[in-house]
Design a protein around this ligand. Sequence first.
Ligand code: PEP
Ligand code: MN
Length: 358
Amino acid sequence: MNNQLDSLRDELDQVNIQLLELINKRGQLVKELGDIKKAQGMKAYDPERERDMLNHIVEQHQGPFEYSTIEHLFKEIFKAAKELQEDDYHKTLLVSRDKQPTDTIVAVDDLHIGNGEQQFVMGPCSVESFEQVDQVAEVVKKQGVRILRGGAFKPRTSPYDFQGLGEEGLKILRDVGDRHGLKVVSEITHPNDIALGEKYLDIIQIGARNMQNFDLLKEAGKANVPIILKRGLAATINEFLNAAEYIVSQGNPNIILCERGIRTYETATRNTLDITAVPVLKRETHLPVMVDVTHSTGRRDLLLPAAKAALAIGADGIMAEVHPDPAVALSDSQQQMDIPTFEHFIQNLRQPSLLTHD
Ligand code: PEP
Ligand code: MN
């Protein structure tokens, strides 16, 4: 009995090796075919040919497997061989660590993001007036923050809500930034407005709702300023990385990824901050990673602990919203910090124990 078992197992082992050899032999043939097709400018994938091959296989099939099982197995073998034909270049994303092992450091003049220093992007949700932005700029500058934010093109859920001041808002932000020696960042929502972003901004933001606006990403890829790319509301990390790839593949390597919370079933916070996205992104890519604690938590009481967690886990920077009088803000009045709260926030984050991480 045991002898029979052993001999069947031996036979099975031999069949496995034969299958292995045959699958690799098939792969080799497909590769050679692919090279010939490429040289002749023909497409690698030929669905008619694949259908013919499957029909031929199924005609010969005599069991014991189901027809559908055989079809499925062979389709997988076809797929694996087809992948061998694809250019390896496109399989490894430009944004991946495999492609570039060293960290990308995004530079705006003498300001660096991703070099181990922790940067803060602070400012109101929306640019509402010169005075409003100026007031915030003065206090953030005093606390050593170097990047000022403020939305001019606002992606609002309701079309009846404040939509932002548009180009006028960008001008205000630029003027205030220059007055205080701060770099400025604002969201651009339309591909045609990337040029406006280049004119007025040091960094262009692409917001969560536009993470897969591919025309916008392509245009951002041609811009000569860095891009803060925010993770989409329901985007996987793979989708996030591919969105960044759209920008890099058009020639703009200066991207800062920004985790800003994703939608889950949890309602205690506005979104669910995916804190482990930070080390995952740092491992998978060479790009700097920031965390937006305002839009992820949507709760003023969670801004400081969320920011501490983000820095402790390896974020290169923090984004948060500050308004001189949040109660009357034209957008996100629930979650923006007032000035004393901001001062407490930033002073707590600057404790030496939080400034280093491996
Ligand atoms: C913002 O930062 O102003 C904003 C709208 O954020 P998000 O795109 O992450 O919602
Ligand atoms: Mn906001």
